[in-house]
Design a protein around this ligand. Sequence first.
Ligand SMILES: Cc1cc2nc3c(=O)[nH]c(=O)nc-3n(C[C@H](O)[C@H](O)[C@H](O)COP(=O)(O)OP(=O)(O)OC[C@H]3O[C@@H](n4cnc5c(N)ncnc54)[C@H](O)[C@@H]3O)c2cc1C
Length: 368
Amino acid sequence: MKKTYDYLIVGAGLYGAVFARELTKAGKTCLVIDKRDHIAGNIYTHEIEGIQVHQYGAHIFHTNNKEVWDYLSQFTTFNRYTNSPIANYKGEIYNMPFNMNTFNKMWGVITPAEAAAKIEEQRKASYTENPKNLEEQAINLVGVDIYEKLIKGYTEKQWGRPCTELPAFIIKRLPVRLTYDNNYFNALYQGIPVGGYTAMVAKMLEDVEVRLGQDYLADKAGWDALAEKVVYTGPVDAYFAYKLGVLEYRSVRFETEVLDEANYQGNAVVNYTDAETPYTRVIEHKHFEFGTQEKTVISREYSAEWKLGDEPYYPVNDEKNGALYAKYKELAEGEKNVIFGGRLGEYQYYDMDKVVEVALNKVRADLV
Ligand SMILES: Cc1cc2nc3c(=O)[nH]c(=O)nc-3n(C[C@H](O)[C@H](O)[C@H](O)COP(=O)(O)OP(=O)(O)OC[C@H]3O[C@@H](n4cnc5c(N)ncnc54)[C@H](O)[C@@H]3O)c2cc1C
């Protein structure tokens, strides 16, 4: 007997929304469910004091993929936001990524040749053959001044360990730019959806049935009975009831506050690169959309250990978790009517553009 829906999509995040949009366009019937009480997954934004607040961390859309840019532009207009974070080291302000503005402030150098010579001098002065840890590696790449002021404290807060105890491979390259260009991403297309990401996802799901506050795993058999196929974008280990073990994540904790002032820090993203400030970054959401509201909303970001039950943010790309994921992937391939996708379903850090790209490829292949 034919089931009620062609597809059940578990997760109303970006991956699920691309699937739902394309399947509906192709004439398939779908039901989207999410255990949260809102759509859009981790790119969810909601309004506070007229400002779109990025609840699960700042999200800046950037891509070199024109197809992905055009695809999402059907559902939103991107504004002209360009990510130009700044670093605050004990009250000294530096531009990021490391560029001529940074070097001018750090050493007073003016020309690219002077900056290159200074970096070379710094690298040579403290060079270590075969760096054994992140500290030695970073100093080999950019020298002591940049390491001490802009890398050390931030990295130690991010990982919760001294740089001398972190492996060298975490930092393979530290790009330095010998131009006065503060644009963090080298992407051809960049911006923030006008009106927020949630409105963009709502448009994608416009004519799709969505049920919120529904946990697929709480009644898997019941949900499976409704649809011919399942697209699962939740954690792959949870799907298999963690029977091979738990995949690990790094987490982030956000403290969001409404302030009774119009402009707190003059920039959307400020990194605190000293060791003493407990948070890594402060996000001032209104600057993503050039807001002119009377109040402002900020989020302080703290790097956090993760345990099962916490919000999973960044997959841990080490050997142990890689090997465990490979085993879950094998199990997933055995589930014939289930497509595992997205950042949790594939245990992958994906930027938004990549999520759209892989979801489009996957759904098109499934429709053939
Ligand atoms: C802190 C942070 C900052 C980021 N910043 C950027 C950025 O600036 N630019 C960029 O391009 N990318 C950024 N990303 C990446 C971006 O968040 C992801 O690409 C995107 O959210 C992935 O979408 P998704 O649909 O795969 O997953 P999600 O958005 O996580 O959606 C999965 C959904 O499945 C639901 N779900 C899970 N289990 C169940 C279940 N059992 N039953 C029902 N529903 C379930 C979840 O509730 C969730 O809503 C960032 C990521 C993080 C962690």
